[in-house]
Ligand binder design. Structure first.
Ligand SMILES: [Fe+2]
Length: 356
């Protein structure tokens, strides 16, 4: 579960600033502070229990993790990503009492559910601007620490609050997948069972043991991931989760076999080491998330990425740069800013997934 060791021997511009861009202490659990004010139009749920980690958490680390290498990814792709971890075994995060409070809050948030693009029929985004319990759980330092341990690199709750506490609910049509085969718009996350997974008729969370490229080739032929390479992990109960390298592992919520309550929660994380790729695909959020906060969050995230890399240059560069190296360093440092500008100017597009 250690960070990719090849980064230290690479000769790219990125590598020369790797150490310096790991500017945040490994004990920090914050990248960008959660806003002190809610966006316009958002109200707190009244009368929620206050989140108390001593009462509501019962963290039991996973017994195993699987690596991206075991999924078939080559080293040159892995070294660009936040961690070589692909997925963990299911592990417990919530106590029984915490799981019960979370379920009740998510039931109350269901009234705000809506369609997210072409992938999910019923989802709540921005729930951490409505539920203090969900917000405090998703920002919990205890939960962040176990996620850092699992990933083998320091992480923080995602800089864009729209990616915190994402909720999926069962679709109206029982034959529809809860969420189609896809990889995430975020680098790292956990997927938590909010409703009781043992009461569900079908509707398992599933992931494909293979690469995004393999699933894209299958999709181009009109095929889905073969069942012998699909894993449906057993979740022991509500409040248990798996850690996921969401941007690299293709996964879905399978169809239910009969109508039932199915609620899952996805909480996203970013690696504090900004020398690796961003792995966030914010362009897919245009037309999905409220403009009242999306563009502010996206700009803050991009500024955080660029600031980390630029600060790394300030602190690490020594005499002797050539003109070409100067260009290479600066272009690398503002790469995420340039990409964000390109995406913002290009405008909305259909969210990527692997079902046609
Ligand atoms: Fe996902």
């Amino acid at each position: 579960m250690s960070p990719d060791p090849t980064a230290a021997t690479s000769t790219t511009a990125a590598t020369s600033t790797t150490a310096a861009t790991s500017t945040t202490s490994t004990t920090s659990t914050t990248a960008v502070a959660f806003p002190s004010r809610q966006p316009p139009g958002y109200e707190w749920l009244p009368d929620e229990p206050r989140f108390d980690p001593r009462i509501h958490l019962q963290i039991e680390p996973p017994t195993s993790v699987t690596s991206l290498r075991e999924f078939g990814y080559p080293a040159d792709q892995i070294e660009q990503t936040a961690t070589d971890v692909a997925v963990s075994a299911p592990f417990r995060i919530m106590s029984d009492e915490g799981a019960a409070v979370l379920l009740e809050s998510c039931r109350r948030l269901r009234g705000f559910a809506r369609r997210a693009g072409n992938r999910i029929e019923h989802t709540v985004r921005g729930g951490c601007y409505r539920s203090r319990f969900l917000r405090d759980l998703c920002l919990s330092a205890d939960v962040t620490r176990i996620m850092s341990e699992i990933y083998g690199t320091a992480v923080a709750p995602h800089t864009m609050p729209v990616h915190l506490g994402h909720l999926n609910y069962e679709p109206t049509d029982v034959h529809e997948a809860v969420d189609k085969w896809h990889h995430d718009t975020i680098p790292l996350d956990f997927v938590m069972m909010v409703s009781d997974p043992n009461q569900l008729p079908g509707g398992q969370f599933q992931y494909f043991v293979g690469t995004k490229g393999e699933v894209a080739e299958l999709a181009a032929r009109g095929e889905r991931p073969p069942t012998d390479r699909v894993v449906a992990p057993h979740f022991p109960g509500p409040g248990s989760a798996i850690a996921l390298h969401g941007n690299m592992v293709v996964h879905r919520g399978a169809p239910l076999t009969e109508q039932a309550e199915r609620i899952t929660m996805v909480n996203a994380y970013v690696a504090l080491d900004r020398s690796r790729a961003d792995q966030s695909r914010s362009r897919d959020l245009m037309g999905v998330d409220d403009e009242s906060h999306l563009y502010t969050e996206w700009t803050r995230h991009t500024a955080w990425r660029g600031a980390g890399r630029l600060t790394g240059l300030v602190e690490s560069l020594d005499f002797g740069l050539t003109r070409e190296q100067a260009i290479e360093h600066l272009e690398w440092a503002i790469d995420d800013v340039q990409s964000a500008l390109d995406d913002l100017r290009a405008g909305p597009r259909e969210a990527e997934h692997y079902e046609r």
